[in-house]
Ligand binder design. Structure first.
Ligand SMILES: *[C@@H]1O[C@H](CO)[C@@H](O)[C@H](O)[C@H]1NC(C)=O
Ligand SMILES: *[C@@H]1O[C@H](CO)[C@@H](O)[C@H](O)[C@H]1NC(C)=O
Ligand SMILES: *[C@@H]1O[C@H](CO)[C@@H](O)[C@H](O)[C@H]1NC(C)=O
Ligand SMILES: *[C@@H]1O[C@H](CO)[C@@H](O)[C@H](O)[C@H]1NC(C)=O
Length: 144
């Protein structure tokens, strides 16, 4: 009995660490996406780190100022926009290169960590079938 509750506790703990704060975001190619910190305002002691899947910092805010020290890698060049008021990160013109995990670390008064799983939505298949259906309907109408 005791062992079971311990196991349950461990499972809940592991689950909490790895799954609880993951936000799924689905974006269409070419669109912009904003990853929200859900904060209305940063506190002066807050440090915001935005990291890509491999743990590399791609954007940072310290004491309400956007740090210029972190030059994002090539695939993010000219695409990132940080909101210095609330720390949200916008990625513009999403391509397949930008899918994956993004990690948000907020330390200071608003201590928290979140993961965003960005996936690229494919609409080509839907368009293909819509077109196919339309052509079939036109053909049917003509034959009537
Ligand atoms: C932010 O808030 C929205 C709406 O309440 C919620 O769907 C989303 O998961 C939240 N995001 C984070 C990172 O907590
Ligand atoms: C944070 O900033 C982003 C980008 O400017 C904006 O879209 C969003 O509504 C803001 N969120 C809050 C909670 O103020
Ligand atoms: C979006 O990214 C693609 C691929 O990098 C590029 O060819 C295109 O010019 C970009 N579009 C805009 C509006 O920036
Ligand atoms: C991200 O979401 C996709 C699609 O739902 C899923 O296949 C993938 O395993 C997720 N990745 C992580 C690290 O959670």
């Amino acid at each position: 009995m005791r062992n079971h509750s311990l196991l349950l506790w461990v499972l809940l703990f592991v689950d909490g660490v790895f799954c609880a704060d993951e936000v799924s975001v689905s974006v269409m190619k070419g669109d912009s996406v904003t990853l929200h910190t859900n904060l209305t305002e940063l506190q002066s002691g807050d440090t915001i780190d935005w990291m890509s899947e491999d743990g590399v910092i791609i954007a940072k805010i310290e004491n309400k100022k956007i740090s210029e020290k972190y030059v994002p890698e090539r695939r993010f060049k000219g695409r990132l926009e940080l909101d210095s008021q609330n720390g949200s990160l916008t990625i513009r013109n999403i391509t397949a290169e930008h899918k994956g995990l993004y990690i948000l670390d907020i330390s200071g008064g608003n201590l928290q960590s979140k993961r965003f799983n960005v996936t690229i939505r494919v609409v080509l298949v839907v368009f293909y079938y819509q077109r196919k259906l339309r052509l079939e309907r036109q053909r049917r109408d003509r034959n009537l």
